[in-house]
Design a protein around this ligand. Structure first.
Ligand code: GUN
Length: 285
């Protein structure tokens, strides 16, 4: 069994991004991201902190806009409109989930698709559906998982891949990106009958649900590649959605939690900021 070391691959990707940022700065362009954080969701605070640290590592500038929990959809959209027009801002990131009084789809729709470094806007998701060549600003976690698999030379084409979870952030876009790479993809979710019958077929099993130990050893095909996207806090410890101790006896490759998918997400966000910055500034010059 081999560990898929997301921390190491993410560090290499960050080093590459830092070099790209250096070249941009030398030509007079300073990449800059705007964060919007609404409320004080503890996990969101921690994710934003990690993203800010990655900006510091890669010399991407950032500014932080904190809104109270009670803010209205309109107040957030007003700031986004301002940021859409500012030439010094190349990426806009609204940390999700938003408080229930806010209409998340309207907020995402308000972001200029060219500054949508999370890849959540319908324009970017729609383009991604066409084929691999039209993927550009794609959601960071799916992008990170594909880079991780590619780095370890794990084949995707023709593979039996089971995705557990159908969120707009991970499960749905990742299923589409794997289909773009000619995988045979099954997407399972909480309404799936007999989850185990599906997971047992998986040559690559990807789990993004948010339930500790949802996947136990008996649900894993011997030799499978396991990608665990879950981040759950149990007794003060971070664990994934896969029972790691049981899974490591069956898997050929497995991502640890922490140190697997999480760092890849953050590194891909930095890469997306550079992609957006280059495209925006080429157009302006
Ligand atoms: N919440 C969980 N994952 C993400 C992500 O990738 N981006 C944003 N903006 N919010 C998230």
């Amino acid at each position: 069994m081999q560990i898929l070391d997301g921390r190491k691959v993410a560090d290499d990707l960050l080093a590459h991004t830092k070099e790209e940022v250096r070249i941009l700065i030398n030509s007079g362009i300073q990449p800059k991201l705007a964060f919007l954080l609404i409320g004080k969701h503890p996990a969101s605070l921690s994710y934003v902190k990690q993203k800010e640290m990655a900006c510091q590592k890669t010399n991407i500038q950032y500014e932080h806009h904190a809104f109270p929990e009670t803010s209205s959809t309109q107040e957030i959209i007003s700031l986004i409109s301002e940021l859409n027009h500012r030439e010094d801002i190349h990426g806009i990131l609204v940390q999700l989930p938003l408080p229930s009084n806010i209409e998340t789809p309207l907020v995402i729709k308000a972001i200029n698709p060219e500054k949508d470094v999370d890849g959540f806007h319908a324009y970017n998701l729609g383009k991604m559906m066409l084929n691999k060549n039209f993927e550009s600003l794609t959601p960071c976690t799916p992008k990170g998982i594909i880079i991780l698999l590619e780095t370890y030379k794990i084949p995707i084409e023709g593979q039996e891949i089971v995705m557990v979870g159908h969120s707009n952030i991970v499960g749905k876009p990742l299923s589409m990106m794997l289909l773009n790479r000619n995988a045979t993809i099954t997407t399972c979710h909480k309404y799936t009958k007999n989850l185990k019958a599906h997971t047992l077929r998986a040559e690559i099993l990807i789990v993004a649900v948010g339930l500790p130990s949802l996947i136990t050893g008996d649900m894993i095909k011997p030799g499978a590649v396991i990608v665990d996207v879950g981040i759950n806090r149990v007794d003060g410890k971070l664990v994934g959605d896969v029972n790691f101790e049981q899974a490591k006896e069956k898997a050929s490759f497995i991502t640890p939690v922490p140190g697997g998918v999480g760092p890849m997400t953050v590194a891909c966000l930095m890469a997306n900021i550079v992609i957006a910055c280059k495209k925006l500034t080429q157009k302006n010059s």
